[in-house]
Design a protein around this ligand. Sequence first.
Ligand SMILES: [Zn+2]
Ligand SMILES: [Zn+2]
Length: 350
Amino acid sequence: MKALGVTGSGSGLTDVDLAAPSPTGTEVVLQVDRCGVCHSDVHLWEGGFDFGGETMSLEAMQIPFPLVLGHEILGTVCEVGPDAEDIAVGDRRIVYPWIGCGHCVKCASGRDDLCPDQQALGIRKPGGFGEKVCVPHSKYLVDPGDIDPSWAATLACSGLTAYGAVRKCLPAESDRPVVVIGAGGVGLSAISILRALGHSNILAVDIDDQHLAAAQDAGAAKTINTSSVPDPVETLMTAAGGPIAAVIDFVNGPMTAPLAFALPEKGGTVVQVGLFGGAFPLPLAGMAVRAISLQGSYVGSLQELRDLVGLARTGRLRPPPIAERQKGEASEVLAGLRDGKIVGRVVLEG
Ligand SMILES: [Zn+2]
Ligand SMILES: [Zn+2]
């Protein structure tokens, strides 16, 4: 089976030849139809993550090599194990890639996304940059209905990450201001989800006017380019027209964190989503006095993916801009993402 893999930290993407998966037990094998390219792929491609300090290499994270990237997968079932149920060859499905160990407390409660020994596709197990993927159970497959196939693929990570973050800043009354920092693909999805859930007072923040134009199209009531205003906090407070209920930071780096923590009202929420990395000194007493809730958010649960796909199938959600490219262009796409040159999402075909 042909695949694009990483063979070590900083190796770049190389062609690798792997044995095609053959399903046993409840396993299901899918032919990959589409696979989105994500910022996490950029970190894996570059060779590590910055968790606040120095970059942690893939070797230090004990990532097995070759690592076949790609966790935003839409595929067609091509083979099923003898014990697989509720699935048939030919079914087209979105793959929930955030698969847990299957036997811990979190997995038992349906929260594979919080499993301490997660075996995510495209991060620890072969992902969608290969021709086929193997999923341990049909419960990880979600029917996309007739929504656009490329958009369907992106729901598994960028869509789910946006949905999981939005759920954490609710319930806030629908007219209360919510600030979305970072109008890349995930931020745009969050704006669209907030709108679909009835929220109207959404403020989008970015340093790129093209991203902000896309945010307006996605449903942001106001857009602010923080690189062109002298006092972003003051500008946002005024633009919000009232105390800000929640801030979702899709960048989450030292350049956005001071803004994210300065904005919420007393009792408000900061949801940290982005994996930009770095560190930020937190004003500790201020956090207590303002009773701020600080909530990290990493992808989302299997049930949240089902809920999100259900919302997408109602037609109330607006897809972010999506460009389709061939798998052979993956390295170029990763470089474009790294350099902030891509508006919305890119999905690889075939
Ligand atoms: Zn992702
Ligand atoms: Zn587990």
